[in-house]
Design a protein around this ligand. Structure first.
Ligand code: MG
Length: 340
């Protein structure tokens, strides 16, 4: 059946533009293995990520708004799927490799902590206070997940894309022409921003944290769909036939304005507005402190790095259950039951 992969690779060579990463030209895997008879190397990467346990845990990890607050808020999983879908559209339009793009997109947030940005901040602060100057970076942790914790033996291109996907709170201008491993990785970075700018605004309005959106941002569209469409269309139009993935200057200005506005009105304010956020941070902090003590971690985890790996890998609900198990008394009657 190896002729099937050959055919797909031949089609790729025809379809992809000059900046697309051909699967046949991949730099290969960490540990060499025979190629799949049907799928290209990047198709294999994508499937491995999708079928992995860390991917399934994304379902019960908060994006921004703590999930039990409502069924329609984004979770890490739906965020990831939105990023993947946007990135595939951009990638196909720019004649880049859609399979590589999808593999990177599906894996890009695997290293995220429970409770979204609140959990990440709690773990980051705890690490800094313990003298670990690097703190916690979810993009580095995502790479650690697929390389060490759940080794998927992905190609170099997918791993580089996962490592380089995040620029934190940095200005979006940083994306312009910055050398990345592949343009497919650059597509995922831009698509991640398009997805979260649009859906965090949508979720912020739904949550009631904000009532009005600044008038200047109306140029991006009135609805969630219009805003995604405008941002995606602009990136495609401005990046065609070019070795960079970028917004046009006016849309970049608008996107940065929306990002600043979200920081000021949502990300920096929601801890005051939602008491669950502070509680979530306390849970992460208590678990991290606990698992740094000797002989507390399950087999396979060790030391401070083990505590980071174990706690950051938890879903929201696992973290809450574990906190209850460790710190909340179960009541005398239950203990007596067990003794009897
Ligand atoms: Mg993301």
């Amino acid at each position: 059946m190896a002729d099937i992969r050959d055919e797909i690779e031949a089609k790729e060579a025809e379809f992809l533009g000059p900046f697309g990463q051909q699967a046949a030209a991949s730099q290969g895997r960490e540990r060499p293995e025979p190629p799949d008879p049907v799928r290209t190397a990047f198709m294999v990467d994508r499937d491995r990520v999708l079928h992995s346990k860390p991917f399934r845990r994304l379902k019960h990890k908060t994006q921004v708004f703590v999930a039990p607050a409502g069924d329609h808020f984004r979770t890490r999983l739906t965020h990831t799927l939105e990023v993947a879908q946007i990135a595939r559209t951009v990638s196909r339009a720019l004649r880049l490799n859609e399979d590589l793009t999808e593999a990177i997109a599906l894996a890009h947030d695997l290293g995220h902590t429970p409770f979204g940005h609140a959990g990440e901040e709690a773990l980051h602060t705890a690490l800094l206070q313990a003298g670990h100057t690097e703190g916690f970076r979810h993009s580095a942790q995502s790479l650690r997940v697929v390389e060490v914790l759940t080794p998927l033996n992905l190609t170099w291109e997918t791993r580089q894309g996962i490592a380089g996907h995040s620029k934190g709170a940095a200005d979006l201008t940083d994306l312009d022409g910055e050398p990345t491993s592949t343009l497919e990785a650059a597509v995922v970075r831009v698509s991640d921003r398009i997805a979260y700018l649009a859906h965090d605004l949508d979720d912020a309005v739904r949550s009631g944290i904000v009532q009005t959106v600044p008038k200047s941002l109306a140029a991006l569209g009135e609805t969630h769909g219009e805003r995604v469409g405008r941002l995606v269309g602009d990136v495609i139009e401005h990046s065609r036939e070019s070795p960079a993935v970028r917004f046009s200057p006016p849309v970049l200005t608008l996107a940065n304005e929306l990002k600043t506005w979200l920081f000021e009105n949502v990300y920096l304010r929601y801890t005051d507005l939602d008491p669950d956020i502070v509680k979530a941070q306390n849970v992460v902090r208590a678990l991290f402190d606990h698992y740094q003590k000797p002989d507390t971690l399950p087999p396979g985890f060790d030391g401070v790095q083990g505590a980071v790996d174990y706690v950051s890998g938890m879903t929201d609900r696992f973290a809450i259950a574990d906190f209850q198990r460790l710190f909340v008394p179960t009541g005398l009657s239950q203990r007596l039951d067990r003794l009897a």
